[in-house]
Ligand binder design. Structure first.
Ligand code: FNR
Length: 417
């Protein structure tokens, strides 16, 4: 064989050997090796204790963080109910962005500050709570545990947390306030005026003085995780859920006695800033708008006499915009300029997440899925432990950054990466 041809074959062979070596190595999770490259290494840092899904916690006390509860809730719940809790919208870009957003902000700890005693008390619209950690409104809590919203209210009482009750709760506001032993804030979607007014009046009669008006509803929500998990659910759910809006309302005690015979009365897509102003002018309750995501709307809300806003993308469930609420927070804080309190939610899972938002200027942080994981896993003790873990983590981070009370948290303690 002529020399050039031989050379070609031998270099092709070397190339093949190189590719095979690379394939074998990458199959074992080690980067492909070139002949003179460094010897193979373990991932650095090595993850020596990855979460073991075959060895779940069996008692809330065993939980090291809030994530320990989610797989237990998944094991306990039917696929459809777990899917309702877990789902984001479309490709779940926003759901992931909410978590990834926290990595873009880093803490700047200050040293040699006396942090032997930490005070996390927080005043929200005139009421004092033991911490700035708030229970976000979530519907249908009995889908996760038979004690539903009452278990959540009992846990909120134990830790003296503000609870926001969803109008779509499976327990009435009167029962929840009795269990909480204090007023809760009442969440509702603005609908046909007669429905909105009846809900407000009921909440006010029950003792609630703050209405949280969620303004991110109205569009079709493509909850694919729910749809896919529901396919694996062999149970017949029509008896407990129904399929029409009338069936839904019939199973939501806060709507008792409210006429929704005309499905259009439940429409929320046709609401405007005028609807909000009408609402504002028709009740003595304070009004909080939930679902604000731009500085333009934050400014409109502030100028409309709204009492507070919640920066929220509904936990990645309503629009797959991909903007994390922690990234949105600075533009909102700037637009509001301290005139009204700003609360925030979506993706908060760690004390560091909470303290970053508070240092940036948020007054409080609402938590959604983590307390539902606790509820689905262990009922009231699970919710209590989730809240305790978040309080403990937040307290530790306050010590780490050198802030002995919430007012000592300042924007200089956070920097954007
Ligand atoms: C919600 N959320 C919600 N919001 C609201 O205004 N009214 C509601 O009835 C509900 N229902 C609801 C059900 C479930 C199962 C979830 C997970 C969420 C949104 C909630 O208030 C909050 O904005 C998010 O849950 C916050 O995000 P994380 O903490 O779940 O990531």
């Amino acid at each position: 064989m002529p020399l050039p041809q031989l050379r070609q074959i031998s270099s092709r062979r070397r190339l093949l050997q190189f590719l095979v070596a690379g394939t074998l190595c990458t199959q074992h999770g080690v980067p492909a090796l070139a002949q003179n490259a460094a010897p193979p290494r373990l991932p650095d840092p090595m993850s020596w204790a990855p979460r073991d899904l075959n060895n779940l916690i069996s008692d809330p006390k065993e939980a090291l963080d809030v994530f320990d509860f989610e797989p237990v809730a998944k094991k306990n719940l039917s696929p459809a109910h777990f899917g309702y809790m877990a789902t984001g919208i479309d490709d779940e870009v926003t759901l992931r962005a909410n978590r990834e957003g926290f990595l873009k902000f880093q803490l700047r700890p200050r040293r040699l500050v006396d942090v032997a005693t930490i005070d996390m008390t927080t005043e929200l619209l005139g009421t004092r709570f033991d911490s700035p950690i708030v229970i976000a409104p979530t519907g249908s809590n009995r889908a996760f545990h038979s004690d539903g919203e009452v278990a959540v209210a009992n846990a909120a009482r134990t830790g003296n947390h503000l609870q926001i009750l969803s109008s779509g709760a499976t327990t009435s506001i009167e029962e929840v306030i009795a269990a909480r032993g204090a007023p809760v804030w009442f969440q509702l979607y603005p609908r046909k005026w007669e429905v909105t007014e009846a809900l407000l009046k009921r909440a006010e009669r029950a003792g609630s003085s703050v209405a949280v008006v969620t303004v991110d509803g109205g569009a079709f929500t493509n909850w694919e995780t729910l749809a896919r998990l529901r396919r694996n659910d062999t149970r017949q759910c029509d008896g407990c859920h129904g399929s029409s809006i009338r069936d839904y309302v019939a199973r939501r005690p806060n709507f008792d006695g409210i006429d929704v015979s005309d499905p259009a009365s439940m429409n929320i897509a046709n609401q405007t800033w005028d609807s909000i102003k009408r609402l504002r002018d028709s009740t003595k309750m304070k009004i909080v708008l939930k679902g604000i995501l731009t500085h333009e709307d934050a400014a409109l809300a502030t100028d409309s006499g709204i009492d507070a806003i919640i920066v929220s993308n509904h936990g990645g469930r309503v629009v797959d915009s991909g903007r994390a609420t922690i990234e949105i927070l600075p533009e909102i804080i700037e637009a509001v300029g301290g005139r009204i309190p700003v609360l925030v939610d979506s993706g908060f899972r760690r004390g560091t997440d909470i303290i970053k938002a508070l240092a940036m200027g948020a007054q409080a942080v609402c938590i959604g899925r983590p307390y539902l994981w606790g509820l689905g896993a262990f009922g009231q003790p699970g919710v209590e432990r989730v809240l305790e873990i978040l309080r403990n983590e937040a307290r530790a981070v306050m010590q780490q950054v050198g802030a002995r009370s919430i007012k000592h948290l300042t924007p200089r303690m956070v920097q954007r990466a």
